[in-house]
Design a protein around this ligand. Structure first.
Ligand code: ATP
Length: 286
């Protein structure tokens, strides 16, 4: 019997994020093309004899109880499977928090997947995605673990996307931007032209990717954090084919033809105090 398991909880980038409108319940209807990336948190889960959940996370600002999405995922998994065991979860946080990179949701998905294997629970992927949806809209995508076009609030799989390796430089200004704050500011006017829901071809080459990239939340996030525009400009100055904010921001990614170009750009880019950068690529199967 396996007693422990180590997993990577990847971050994500939204290559395109459309806000289609607002639902009666106040949630925004989205259509988004997302890929997991090679930047990720590390998780280590150990089986405990007693039926408690112990979380340690080497990050000063994150809660360690039910408010942590990883803890919530563990509680839900034990409740849904009826297993009376406990787990110790250690998270080494590498993904910046409240950055538009989906770190919390990915940790939660990794806990669901990891506990499923560790405890031999044999819960199907579909059921894990349903469990994940109760924790957060991005969790089902991370359960899936590969490129996908998602709808609803982001929780509904519309279509899987082809394997793709896009190299990028990600730059985070070192300050959080809370998703809720961005959505509060999204105005109806911004979404009117999106109601047509037209069919879009997903580009297979990098040249066409530039025109495909789009984030309807970017304009609003920019009002809250103008530095996003500065980062985009700087990434283009060091040769990015295109640069875009991911999710609800404020992290920006710039696309490059390959690893060498991305590494060179990350070295050359003019950074300000507090900014953090990463070189990463989209991944397909985890
Ligand atoms: P999204 O793009 O899905 O909105 P994000 O990348 O902008 O997510 P996260 O890093 O997931 O944001 O964190 C958002 C909030 O979730 C923060 O307020 C944070 O305190 C809380 N949170 C709870 N658990 C975690 C966790 N394990 N890792 C990161 N944040 C967490």
């Amino acid at each position: 019997m396996q007693n422990e398991i180590s997993l990577c909880a990847p971050a994500k980038v939204n290559l395109r994020l459309e806000v289609l409108g607002k639902r009666a319940n106040g949630y925004h209807e989205l259509r988004t093309w997302i890929y997991p990336i090679s930047l990720g948190d590390e998780l280590h889960i150990k089986r405990l004899a007693s039926s408690k959940i112990v979380l340690s996370c080497f990050h000063s600002e994150l809660p360690l109880g039910e408010e942590n999405l990883a803890y919530r995922a563990a509680t839900l998994f034990l409740k849904e499977t009826g297993l009376s065991v406990g787990v110790k979860i250690e998270i080494t946080k590498r993904i910046p928090v409240a950055a538009g990179l989906g770190g919390g949701s990915s940790d939660a998905a990794a806990v669901l997947k990891g506990m499923n294997v560790l405890l031999g629970a044999k819960v199907s992927q579909k059921e894990l995605m349903e469990m994940g949806e109760r924790i957060g809209a991005d969790v089902p995508f991370f359960i899936l673990g590969k490129g996908a076009m998602m709808g609803g609030r982001g929780e509904r799989l519309l279509q899987p996307l082809p394997p793709l390796e896009l190299w990028m430089v990600l730059v985070n200004p070192g300050r959080p931007l809370y998703t809720q704050k961005v959505y509060q500011k999204v105005k109806e006017g911004l979404t009117k032209n999106r109601r047509d829901n037209k069919i879009l071809m997903f580009p297979q080459d990098l040249e066409k990717m530039g025109n495909f990239l789009c984030n309807d939340l970017e304009a609003v996030a920019l009002e809250l954090m103008p530095v996003i525009e500065v980062i985009k400009k700087r990434l283009c100055e060091v040769g990015a084919i295109a640069a875009l904010m991911t999710g609800s921001g404020p992290t920006v990614f710039g696309l490059f033809p390959g690893q060498q170009e991305a590494n060179r750009a990350a070295k050359e880019m003019k950074m300000e105090e507090g900014w953090i950068s990463f070189v990463a690529h989209t991944t397909s199967d985890l």
